[in-house]
Every structure is written in structure tokens, then in C-alpha cells.
Write a new protein. Structure first.
Length: 312
């Protein structure tokens, strides 16, 4: 693993700029600060650390008293033209640390040759955007960022599984001519084709062979009609510490929409998580146009995001 390389240090400032992949201690520190300041964001430990470990990340961070071994009190994680995370310890806010981190981050991105900055989702993401709690997004609006989704909003949803009372759908059920079942490795290409027709951004997620192994804890469910994969959904462990499972990457072939496939797969996946012993089911990075389907099943909005962008 590469050692951290120190970059520029402003004289009279406590802002340190580091490059390359951080040491484990830095990854751990960032994760701990994230958990401390944003406990409402239901993101798994492995997911956060995996994104933070990307070798293309650039870190700008602020330590107490300007000492390299001082406590981490501010962080910006940059990947290409995306700011994955910009966070200041609440004990040290309103001291200009966030503004300094943002200015250094913007300078780095502009120097790298980009003309636009995205807050949230890039090659990966910790959060899809800026959590709209305690008016955190106003800081970015005041610095020239705008909500790039127009009239659409972005949400995380969750449900306490003790409240899941829908008619249970089981793997192997045949409903309206569609067979609902666990996916296996022979289904991968059919699922990828479905992704290409609906949401090609999910392709890499569905190419994980481990999800199709018998007995996996992260199964994929599909809806099949006459041998054709028409829809799919992923399930798995989001946070072992908090006993949270997740649903994600719901896809439906355009030729089979408006037939209840998505709703049925969400019920199937939610029932699976409940039967697996999870207390909470979580859905991340969804949007206004489709949350009605989830709300009918019992999911509720737990976080709204500002999908910020800025031209530079």
C-alpha cells in the first residue's frame, strides 16, 4: 500500500493536502468521523471503507492544531471531479474549516482539467448527494452549487421489518405467468441484457458472480417469463453492526413494465430480509417518480439529498 505523500502546506494555515491512497489509519479516521457526524445515513461499514480505499482518491484534510498526528476534524474526499464527502467535526464548525476544504478541493479539481464539480456520485459513492439535514446543503448553495435534478428529488428509504405485513411472496411462486425465483449463474447474461434496456449503470453490480452461488447471503431475485429474464433486484447485508439489510438495483425490461413486477420483487426481497433475521430494510439512492411504489409496501423516506453540481 502506498504511503501518504504530503503535498502543499500553507504557511500559517492548518490545512494539510495529501495525495495517493491513505493509510489504514486515515481510512479508519474518516469512517469514524462520518459515523459520528452522520449517523442518520445508513451506509454499511464495508461500503464506506471500500469507496475510501479507491487508489484514485485525493484527500484534503484538517487536523487539530495543525499537527500531522493531531485529531482529524475535517475531510474532503475527491475522486476525479467528484467530491464524495466534505465533512467537519461539529465541535469545530463555523470556523472556516469547511470553506477552506471546499476551496482546496475545487482548486484541485480545476487543476486536474475538469470544468464541473459533482457532489456525491462518481465512480462510486458514499452518499448520492449532500444530506439535507440541519441545512447542510445551504453551505454549498452559498458557494455556487445547484440541485442538478430539477424537479426530481433523491431519497433513501427504510422500513422496520416488524412492520412488513404484505402478503408474502416466496421464491418459486408463479404470479400472472411470471416465475419469481433466486437467480443463478446461468441468468447473468439475461440480467445484463435487462440492465442494458433499463439501467446500464447497474451492470457492474450484477456481474458479481458470488451473488449467484447457492446459499449466498446476497442473493439476486428475478422475474422470468417464458425463459426470459424480465426483472431483477439485489439483496444483501448493508450493515451488520446495525442489523440492516438492503434492496437495490431494481430493473425491469421496458417490454414488461406496468405489470407489477417491480412491486412483487420488492415484496419478495423484503420478505427474504425479514426471514433472514434483519431488523431493518434499506433502499438507497431512489427518486421522486418511484417512491410511491415503495411507500405502498411500507417504506418511508429517511433521508433527502441535495444533488449538487457547479461549473468551474
Amino acid at each position: 500500500m502506498n504511503r501518504i505523500k504530503q503535498g502543499d502546506r500553507k504557511q500559517g494555515d492548518r490545512l494539510l493536502v495529501f495525495q495517493d491512497q491513505g493509510e489504514n489509519i486515515l481510512i479508519h479516521e474518516i469512517t469514524e468521523l462520518f459515523r459520528k457526524e452522520l449517523p442518520e445515513v445508513l451506509k454499511g461499514e464495508y461500503s464506506v471503507e471500500s469507496v475510501l480505499s479507491d487508489i484514485d482518491n485525493h484527500f484534503v484534510y484538517h487536523r487539530m492544531n495543525g499537527k500531522e498526528d493531531g485529531r482529524l476534524i475535517g475531510i474532503s474526499v475527491i475522486n476525479k471531479n467528484t467530491i464524495y464527502l466534505l465533512l467537519v467535526d461539529s465541535e469545530f464548525q463555523r470556523q472556516g474549516i469547511g470553506t477552506s476544504l471546499l476551496k482546496e478541493s475545487e482548486k484541485y479539481i480545476k487543476t486536474a482539467g475538469y470544468n464541473k464539480i459533482i457532489l456525491g456520485v462518481g465512480a462510486g459513492y458514499i452518499m448520492p448527494g449532500v444530506p439535507m439535514i440541519e441545512n447542510a446543503h445551504v453551505f454549498f448553495e452559498n458557494n455556487g452549487y445547484y440541485h442538478s435534478w430539477g424537479e426530481e428529488d433523491c431519497f433513501d428509504l427504510k422500513m422496520q421489518l416488524c412492520d412488513f405485513t404484505c402478503n408474502k411472496i416466496k421464491p418459486g411462486d408463479l404470479i400472472g405467468g411470471y416465475l419469481y425465483r433466486f437467480a443463478n449463474e446461468n441468468d447473468i447474461e439475461g440480467i445484463i441484457q435487462c440492465c442494458e434496456e433499463d439501467a446500464d449503470g447497474f451492470i457492474s453490480h450484477y456481474r458479481n458472480d458470488e451473488q449467484y452461488t447457492s446459499g449466498t447471503g446476497n442473493p439476486v431475485f428475478v422475474a422470468e417469463y417464458a425463459g426470459e429474464i424480465c426483472a431483477a433486484i439485489m439483496t444483501g447485508v448493508e450493515s451488520e453492526k446495525k442489523n440492516i439489510g438492503y434492496l437495490g438495483c431494481l430493473i425491469t425490461s421496458p417490454d414488461h413494465r406496468n405489470k407489477g413486477l417491480g412491486t412483487t420483487l420488492v415484496k419478495l426481497g423484503t420478505g427474504y430480509l425479514k426471514d433472514s433475521g434483519f431488523e431493518t430494510s434499506w433502499l438507497g439512492y431512489t427518486y421522486t417518480s418511484i417512491i410511491g411504489m415503495y411507500e405502498k409496501i411500507g417504506y418511508k423516506v429517511c433521508m433527502k439529498y441535495f444533488m449538487g453540481e457547479k461549473k468551474i
